[in-house]
Design a protein around this ligand. Sequence first.
Ligand code: TYD
Length: 135
Amino acid sequence: MAKYKLINFKTLGDERGSLIAIEKGYNAPFGIKRVYYIFDTKKGVERGFHAHISLKQIAIAVKGSCTFVLDNGKQREEIQLTSPNQGLLIDGLIWREMKYFSDDCVLVVLASEYYDESDYIRNYDKFLEMVKDDS
Ligand code: TYD
């Protein structure tokens, strides 16, 4: 079943500053096989425009902010990521778009699987068909 949710990470801090740790089974519901990050995004750029068949991901704006559009085939919702202590978990058939990247945005994505183009659905009509079959 397709789902997404915001995770609030506990910030470990002392007089030196802050630290967040992400660990399988503690605050991440999957083992992390791949990490990638998106940065230096040009003004007005929108990215994503795809869903995944089985990949699970957690997206974190470790610096700056950006907005995710999440679409389950019936409803679209916008979620703004503005803080390194929140992560957006996306697990299942969700169409995602990303926009409104601040100039300084560094968006880190933790992924459950290695990069595999065959796990992508890049056609919105195909996505809608797959969501229908999934429900
Ligand atoms: P893409 O997933 O289309 O970016 P986004 O959805 O964020 O707009 O990826 C852009 C390019 O980078 C594409 O050619 C595939 C490549 N890529 C990798 O080689 N490895 C990866 O882990 C990712 C996420 C992308």
